[in-house]
Design a protein around this ligand. Sequence first.
Ligand code: PHE
Length: 341
Amino acid sequence: MLEKIQKYKEEITALNIQSKAELEDFRLKFLSKKGLIPSLFEDFKSVPNEQKKSLGAEINILKQFAEQIFADLQAKFEDANEGENDALLDLSLPAIPNHTGTRHPLAIIKNRIIEIFARVGFSVAEGPEIEDDWHNFSALNFPENHPAREMQDTFFVMRNPDLALRTHTSSVQVRTMEKQKPPIRILSPGRVFRNEAITARAHCFFHQIEGLYINEKVSVKDLKDTLLYFAKELFGKETKIRMRPSYFPFTEPSVEIDVSCMICGGKGCNVCKHSGWVEIMGAGMVDPNVLENCGIDSATYSGFAFGMGIERITMLKYQIKDLRLFSENDVRFLRQFHHVV
Ligand code: PHE
């Protein structure tokens, strides 16, 4: 029996317990009810009386030794666990970065345009993407046989040919003029649709932001001043603008607005096709017929309107070569705008 005690003692001393699981194995083997140490006490019952005193003392020493080891290791493993909890609660540790999404480049530019015009009194107006002929075409002075009404440009609603997907957000300008009295200063951002083949330069849907200002005595000078201010704010203080005569049914006179090339500053490069200028929008003085169609007295009021493609402005601003990137949702593209707010 003394030998057994000795052997157990050596075995326990040699143990190298590293985990809670190993400690539990140790407890089961030596200390549990059916473990080796309690079984020594069983054996002890049959020990001759004269040996009981010394053997009993040895067994108790072994038992206390084993219990002490168990208690020490248990405390050690508990402490380690608490350490883990402490780490979770340490609010001074740097945070694990949380990758949130980024703003879409079109949203970035749209918001920037809105912000620039908001500073000179323009507010945002919105309208439906499915429009009737009146708001998209007729009120805007489109002649009955104007090519823009034809099937190749416009997506009509099959069950109701009076309805179509809006081809521009000028429809929102009509809706606003019908509801509000001048002065009116609005921007109408939104998605528009045209039946075009999808290429690097065209898509069947894109985004526009159009502007409208109606008041007494609004002149071409107001139009030019406002758009020059806008171009300088968006592309930089050195930017110049020029107007080229153009045609839109709803404006008279109508112009195209070019800005001096933001890449080469006007010297000539690939972006401006060596002309020094890039076209950014259409504009003009609101045709008196349009004002009258919307219930505004054209003898008292005049106004200007302009409209630009948000995709086009964004492509110029960030040198994006393919329009399709905007709608493919490829994170490798979208992620590149992480740094722009
Ligand atoms: N609505 C025109 C378009 O979609 C843009 C425009 C708006 C032109 C206002 C002139 C004035 O092309």
